[in-house]
Write a protein that binds this ligand. Structure first.
Ligand SMILES: [Zn+2]
Length: 390
């Protein structure tokens, strides 16, 4: 095994051991500082300049790390540097389901098992190794390494970035596990809650209240008509599910058969195709909810359960897509999960999702990074660094 691969394994091992669960559930949520600390140490040791972006205060404080390599000021013209971007956090885990300790990297069967090994702490070790082959004095444009917080929960890290942190960047690779295939598109996601308020009362006389369950069929009909409308308007064959979806997730309301139901909570998600903005979905639905409220004489209020993640699309003829197709040997495709890509793209960067390992083993026990993808990942990133930075 070459020493460079040993160093990668050593680093992945330390990053996996640095627990960094992020979750909307405060019982699980923890700081990502240990991961940031390790990446900062490795990057500084390799000659990168490291900057930390603090994200709020409190017990589980979090941070983004932005490192840059190559002290080059591009005089005038377009910025042309490259960003290699990953998230530092993992999802919560069930240690009982694992065959080894999730926080201790276990090498067996040609795989590195550990929580976050592929999603996506391994990427940082691979990215640092890719950069180590270059003399930054020869860079015409800088290389950036970005390590974000809270991707698995709120995407607060990526939402907090500004262009000031990446002044000379033109393109970004989000190293989520895609088996090293470039992905230029994914759906967005929004999760909404609807509260319906009528009036409770004795069930013996319907006039003693206003039953919100009576309005539920109207709500469901309106939402399913809207879903059909979206499927008529938006279609993308690159996606496994080629239309936007709207899923009825849960409904809670009422307390007793002999009481008029006065209050009901309903929630759903919408997965948007590129071109369908969450603001438009909210506007469309709000105007329809006003009509349902008037029809049934009840109050209806819709709210975001989480901040939406926009859909993402990088044009298939853009420079980065063509460069990644050449470097990886695969035609760019679409993925079925949301990433930080739309937030980086909103900073004016051409953006692609491409990294080692498979999403199929992420977010579950026995997550692993296949050893035989490490060197190809390093080489693919080197090809991109050569193109953008030299
Ligand atoms: Zn991920």
């Amino acid at each position: 095994m070459p020493t460079s691969e040993q160093q990668i394994i050593h680093r992945v091992s330390a990053l996996v051991a640095a627990d960094s669960v992020s979750s909307p559930d405060p019982r699980w949520d923890s700081s990502n500082r240990k991961v940031i600390h390790h990446i900062a140490e490795y990057a500084e040791g390799d000659g990168w300049a490291v900057e930390i972006q603090e994200l709020g205060s409190g017990a589980n404080t979090k941070a983004n790390l932005i490192a840059s390599l190559g002290d080059c000021c591009e005089a005038g013209g377009q910025p042309s540097g490259l960003v290699l971007s990953g998230h530092t956090d993992t999802v919560p885990f069930d240690a009982g389901g694992w065959d080894s300790d999730p926080l201790t990297l276990d090498e067996r069967d040609g795989r590195l098992y550990g929580l976050g090994s592929t999603d996506m702490k391994g990427f940082f070790a691979v990215a640092l190794e890719a950069a180590a082959a270059f003399d930054p004095k020869e860079f015409k444009s800088p290389l950036y390494l970005l390590a974000t917080a809270d991707e698995e929960s709120t995407m607060r890290g990526a939402r907090s970035l500004t262009r000031d942190y990446l002044p000379q960047a033109r393109a970004a690779v989000v190293g989520e596990p895609t088996d090293l295939r470039p992905m230029r598109m994914h759906k967005g996601i929004m999760m909404q809650g609807v509260k319906m308020r009528g009036r409770s009362g004795h069930s013996s006389d319907p006039d003693l209240g206003n039953n919100v369950i009576d309005a539920l069929p109207t709500l469901l009909a309106v939402l399913s008509n809207y879903r059909d409308e979206l499927a008529q308007k938006f279609r993308c064959e690159l996606m496994a599910v080629p239309v936007p979806t709207l899923n009825f997730g849960c409904v809670h309301g009422g307390d007793s058969p002999n009481r008029i139901c006065g209050e009901l909570d309903f929630s759903f998600d919408v997965r948007m195709l590129p071109g369908l903005e969450y603001q438009d979905v909210e506007r469309d639905l709000n105007s329809r909810l006003v009509e349902i409220a008037a029809l049934h004489g009840i109050d209806i209020e819709m709210r975001r359960l989480v901040e939406p993640v926009p859909a993402f699309e990088q044009a298939k003829d853009s420079e980065l897509v063509i460069a990644c197709e050449a470097a990886s040997g695969h035609v760019a495709d679409a993925v079925n999960f949301a990433t930080e890509a739309p937030f980086l793209q909103s900073l004016g960067l051409e953006t692609i999702v491409m990294g080692p390992g498979s999403i199929d083993v992420a977010h579950q026990p026995n997550e692993y990074l296949p050893l035989d993808q490490i060197q190809p990942a390093v080489e693919t990133l080197r090809a991109l660094i050569r193109r953008y930075c030299l």
